[in-house]
Design a protein around this ligand. Structure first.
Ligand SMILES: Nc1ncnc2c1ncn2[C@@H]1O[C@H](COP(=O)(O)OP(=O)(O)OP(=O)(O)O)[C@@H](O)[C@H]1O
Ligand SMILES: [Mg+2]
Length: 256
């Protein structure tokens, strides 16, 4: 499944406490595509519109201009006849907050499995939940825990397991490791890379961290104030950045 973002513009109205509402042009004339199983990085400073693009792809914020299309390769134009959940799933920075605090991991997974695989029996749902935990390299006994009993890295792995249930073509990861200890970050990034390589799930990796994006992505898109200022193969963006902001990002990595 190919994602096409075509001339996307997003205007948001911010209701200010005092005074009039203001319109923010959060995204302007943004076009890019992600092929089946491809990993694309979206970097840019805070407020540059990264999360807004993610929300439009997920269908929770409407495009003001332009459009988002998912297209089955080898098929003509038109949205494929499949549920939105199977097109794209999102991974958030705050994994613990994305899990219901009152549900054990087993129940959280089971609920979503029942929704997307209604023909499975209770026993089959349970088996699928355990299989997913193994897929994200968690011990099966995690299924008996509440979110508050998980480490940040474990919670993110559970969130990834849950996102895999509808077998999405694309995982949109918005700063998936920014809240985690450095020692845990690499493991989560390896897991996402492994899912792409072995399950063919395309990735949109949103991050301020050029090093993380370079490690995972084929191509990188650099956003500034809602516009694409640079885009290309990860290697050439990192070795010869042309835009001042990209150079600053590369320098920040070099100094580590
Ligand atoms: N719900 C909203 N209402 C009004 N303006 C918004 C809303 N959400 C975001 N914005 C504005 O849109 C612009 C883009 O925000 P966005 O959250 O997409 O940036 P970002 O690149 O994800 O930043 P960060 O790296 O800090 O997460 C910003 O100017 C922001 O203030
Ligand atoms: Mg953001």
């Amino acid at each position: 499944m190919r994602l096409e973002v075509d001339n996307l513009g997003v205007s948001l109205r911010s209701d200010q406490m005092l005074g009039r509402a203001r319109t923010v042009h959060a995204v302007k004339r943004v076009s890019f595509s992600i092929d089946t199983g491809e990993a694309v990085g979206l970097v840019g400073e805070s407020g540059s519109g990264k999360s807004t693009i993610a929300r439009v792809i997920m269908g929770v914020v409407p495009a003001s201009t332009g459009e988002i299309r998912f297209r089955q390769e080898g098929h003509g134009p038109g949205q494929p006849k499949t549920s939105r959940a199977k097109l794209a799933q999102m991974i958030f920075q705050d994994a613990a907050a994305s899990l219901n605090p009152r549900l054990k991991v087993s129940s959280a997974l089971n609920q979503v499995i029942a929704l997307h695989h209604p023909k499975l029996s209770a026993r089959e749902r349970e088996a699928m939940g355990l299989r997913l935990l193994r897929r994200v390299a968690l011990d099966e006994n995690i299924s008996d825990r509440f979110p508050r009993e998980l480490s940040g890295g474990q919670a993110q792995r559970v969130a990834i397991a849950r996102a895999l249930i509808p077998e999405p073509s694309l995982l949109v990861c918005d700063e998936p490791v920014s809240a985690l200890d450095v020692s845990v970050q690499a493991g989560i990034l390896r897991l996402l890379d492994d899912l792409r390589r072995n399950s063919g799930t395309a990735l949109l990796m949103i991050s301020h961290d050029l090093a993380a994006v370079r490690a995972l992505c084929d191509r990188i898109i650099v956003l500034k104030e809602g516009e694409i200022v640079e885009a290309g193969p990860a290697g050439s963006i990192c070795s010869s950045p042309t835009h001042a902001y990209t150079k600053a990002l590369v320098d920040a990595v070099a100094q580590l």
